[in-house]
Design a protein around this ligand. Structure first.
Ligand SMILES: Cc1cc2nc3c(=O)[nH]c(=O)nc-3n(C[C@H](O)[C@H](O)[C@H](O)COP(=O)(O)OP(=O)(O)OC[C@H]3O[C@@H](n4cnc5c(N)ncnc54)[C@H](O)[C@@H]3O)c2cc1C
Length: 386
């Protein structure tokens, strides 16, 4: 079984993804990058040349401008074949989307277009030691200096902390009020002497080399600001809706690969004179995974279609990411279990997939916050009594 048999229409993008996975040896590279974490700059560039970065990015910004459901299929398949690594790299322009959409043309030319071509890595720095799930509480200061701003503060847990060429840094330009988060975003090259970067040792997605970035009075110009002052948080919230749906497609692709492998194993491995799949304790959890993986993918795909039509899918996107992570983790955990002792070893990919997908319950909004987002749409906030 493979994802093309999953209940989603076939799309020619799958052949392109297959060719890239084969030519660039992406499945093997994912395993290597887990063992020896590094930013795969060469593959990133080649993905750019093949047009696999910026699948969704509008053509006017150098991307392919493909419809969201097609992008979802591409990422689901890339993740199915090669894990989260290159699917997430393919999404980097999406993660920097506020720059493409709201940056001044010169800023877009300098940073965003090279990102889409795979020539420059642009990170995203929102989280701080005291502001994660409640990102609106971030405190890194951008103080006015006349010609521009001076950035002072610390970003933490950032992907590509030591590898990014530049980063979109979210900073406070005004106090938080009921009507405004008071947050602006700046594109900051990461090589200045007032920038100190360090990395940490992560459970999964180790190639991202997450870490901490200190800004000690870094001067930036007004031209480095994305959009008008104080708007960045609204831009970010809008973008997260699309990101979360595409991440759900990725996690489900990874879950599906472990599922397909263990289905095959369980059909062939015999104990007590018959295939382990025919022991209900093994077969039944696997058929449940089958239903959950299909259902979550259909749910995600429907939300991608609705978003493409311009409908509001904020709650569905939050729920899709939460559900995809849970469903994929359960499927991978079953793959570990029913592969027997080997499943617990690095000989099989299940353990790495589990570690990588586990990030989905935390990054781009933790699962608890996904519930808050969805609950808010079921029970909208009433205005406070006067
Ligand atoms: C692989 C990975 C990559 C990442 N990449 C980046 C990146 O590139 N850039 C970046 O800026 N950040 C990045 N992050 C950081 C991520 O966004 C934060 O970890 C996340 O927002 C949670 O923040 P925190 O770690 O400070 O947890 P906290 O905010 O301290 O929360 C701790 C726990 O409490 C829960 N919680 C908090 N408030 C509530 C509430 N009101 N109700 C219920 N539960 C609540 C949270 O859900 C969480 O489980 C990444 C994280 C991971 C794991």
């Amino acid at each position: 079984m493979n994802p093309s048999e999953a209940p989603i229409p076939h799309d020619p993008i799958v052949a392109e993804v297959e060719a890239a996975v084969r030519t660039l040896n992406l499945a093997k590279r994912s395993a290597e990058l887990d063992r020896d974490p590094a930013f795969p700059r060469s593959e990133f560039q080649q993905l750019g040349r093949l047009g696999l970065l910026g699948l969704r990015t509008p053509q006017r910004l150098g991307g392919r401008g493909l419809a969201l459901p097609t992008v979802g299929i591409a990422l689901h398949h890339l993740a199915y074949r090669a894990g989260t690594t290159f699917a997430k790299l393919s999404l980097q322009p999406e993660f920097a989307g506020i720059l493409g959409e709201h940056g001044e043309p010169a800023l877009v030319d300098q940073y965003f277009r090279p990102l889409v071509r795979g020539e420059m890595l642009v990170g995203n720095q929102v989280t701080e030691p005291e502001a994660g799930a409640d990102a609106g509480a971030l405190a890194l200061r951008a103080e006015r200096t006349g010609p521009g701003y001076r950035l002072t503060g610390t970003k933490s847990q950032a992907a590509f902390a030591v590898d990014a060429d530049a980063a979109i840094v979210y900073a406070r330009t005004a106090p938080r009020t009921a009507s405004s988060a008071g947050i602006s975003a700046f594109v900051v090259p990461q090589d200045g002497p007032e920038i100190h970067r360090s990395t940490q040792d992560d459970l999964g997605e180790r190639w991202m080399r997450r870490g901490t970035v200190h800004y000690e009075g870094v001067e930036v110009t007004e031209a480095q600001r994305i959009g008008p002052e104080g708007r960045a948080f609204d831009y970010l919230k809008g973008e997260l809706v699309r990101e979360r749906l595409l991440l759900a497609a990725i996690y489900l692709g990874v879950g599906r690969s472990s599922f397909d492998e263990v289905v095959q194993y369980a059909g062939g491995r015999a104990t007590f004179g018959r295939p382990i799949a025919s022991h209900e304790a093994v077969g039944f959890p696997l058929v449940e995974d089958w239903a959950r993986l299909d259902a979550a993918w259909l749910y995600t795909y429907r939300a991608l279609e609705r978003m493409e039509r311009g409908e509001t899918v904020e709650a569905e996107s939050a729920l899709a990411k939460w559900m995809a992570t849970e469903v994929a983790l359960t499927a991978i955990d079953h793959a570990i279990q029913f592969s027997g002792g080997k499943g617990y070893s690095k000989e099989l990919a299940h353990e790495r997939r589990w570690r990588d997908v586990r990030s989905g319950a935390l990054a781009h909004g933790p699962s608890e916050i996904m519930h808050l987002v969805a609950a808010r749409s079921l029970w909208p906030r009433r205005p406070d009594p006067a």
